[in-house]
Write a protein that binds this ligand. Structure first.
Ligand SMILES: Cc1ncc(COP(=O)(O)O)c(C=O)c1O
Length: 374
């Protein structure tokens, strides 16, 4: 049987990882400044993570959400304390798109409305509602185009206030920092204006922290730079360090109703063991602080490169915009300098390394980038 060929692949077979490094099947080492698309939070194959998952699968890998699973409560308790949302409620699922599906569904159950505001360049996933609120017609199938969504320019306070004042908007969904859109930061003025307008119109504010959350920005959630509290926060990627997992944090103003949301696999024992291990390591190794510190160093250094038009980002979520397309540079970085990086559109290189990136590894990257730019 052939694989359904939807991914343009690099001719590299990665078989092993450790910290911020991965190895291919020929034993070649690579520096990972991509983290498998912002997924690797605590580093590849962290020994505590490996041990927790192995021990859990030996005991019990899965049982359904029809019985008590104390590991879910442990995730909720630890996460609540670490992220500053102890008073919120946690619902666990399996991916980012599924997190946003549930967030939007919950918002609609809450206020009975169906219109959503999203923003230009937004990416929220590829399933039905998630792709509909994603600003990319190429990946929106006719069956997904149901006219629920108004796309507005990011950081245009007036446009957002005007649209929300109509009083018929179910939810505003916005990324803490736009990832796929090329590392675009919402301003604090904009975030606070949306928060205010949502409050005035009983609109649900959903913060998609799937890429920008879980410490990546140097705070637990990127929106914490803007000093707002959303109604729902969606998470995935770093939550399980590669174990497929997603979650939504739900404000106390939402009352759970039996059967309203549900999932077979979400919050299973193995996923929870992975999530607890991630939180253990994040705390023990101060990874949020490390993302802030190493990220700041990296951004400062990158700003001295005259070849780079603009450096954007926070913590270890960094976009390097070039005047010209970066395809060749990215290939050079991978095949000659042995560094994995990400991309946004044609001109932006995206850096999304594991949060344990050290200053030495950051310097290693800077040297290799300099070499590739020669
Ligand atoms: C901001 C954001 N939201 C949602 C998603 C979708 O997550 P998933 O691929 O786990 O469905 C992504 C994935 O890149 C993302 O970056």
């Amino acid at each position: 049987m052939k694989l359904f060929d939807v991914y343009p692949l690099f001719d590299v077979n990665i078989v092993q990882g450790k910290g911020c490094h991965v190895w291919d099947d020929k034993g070649q080492e690579y520096l990972d400044l991509y983290g498998g698309h912002a997924v690797i939070s605590i580093g590849h194959s962290h020994p505590h993570y490996v041990e927790m998952i192995c021990k859990q699968v030996e005991k019990l890998g899965f049982y359904s959400n029809s019985v008590i699973n104390k590991l879910q409560q442990e995730v909720a308790d630890r996460l609540g304390k670490m992220c500053g949302y102890d008073d919120y409620q946690l619902f666990l699922i399996n991916s980012g798109a599924e997190a946003n599906e549930n967030a939007l569904k919950l918002a609609s159950f809450y206020n009975g409305r169906t219109r959503v505001i999203s923003f230009s360049k937004a990416f929220h996933g590829r399933t039905s509602l998630a792709v509909e609120v994603t600003n990319n017609p190429k990946i929106t199938a006719p069956i997904n185009a149901n006219n629920h969504v108004t796309f507005l320019p990011l950081n245009d306070v007036e446009a957002a206030e005007k649209e929300l004042a109509k009083g018929d908007v179910c939810a505003v969904i916005i990324e803490g920092i736009q990832g796929v859109g090329g590392i675009q930061l919402p301003t604090t003025e904009f975030m606070q204006a949306i928060r205010r307008a949502c409050d005035e119109t009983n609109t649900v504010l959903i913060l998609d922290e799937i890429q920008s959350g879980y410490g990546r920005s140097g705070k637990f959630f990127a929106h914490q730079y803007n000093e707002i509290r959303p109604d729902i926060i969606s998470m995935a990627k770093g939550i399980g360090n590669g174990f497929p997992m997603g979650g939504i944090l739900i404000s106390p103003k939402f009352t759970p109703v039996y059967g309203q949301l549900g999932t077979t696999f979400g919050g299973n024992h193995l996923a929870c063991a992975a999530a607890i291990a991630v939180l253990d390591v994040m705390k023990a190794e101060n990874l949020v602080e490390n993302a802030a510190k190493t990220g700041e160093y990296l951004i400062d250094q990158l700003k001295t490169f005259k070849e780079i038009k603009e450096v954007r980002g926070r913590g270890l979520m960094i976009g390097l915009e070039f005047e010209a397309p970066i395809k060749e540079l990215r290939n050079k970085l991978l095949f000659e300098e042995k560094v994995f990086t990400g991309v946004s559109g044609t001109n932006v290189i995206r850096l999304l390394p594991p949060l344990c990136l050290s200053k030495e590894e950051a310097n290693m990257f800077l040297e290799r980038l300099q070499h590739a730019l020669k």
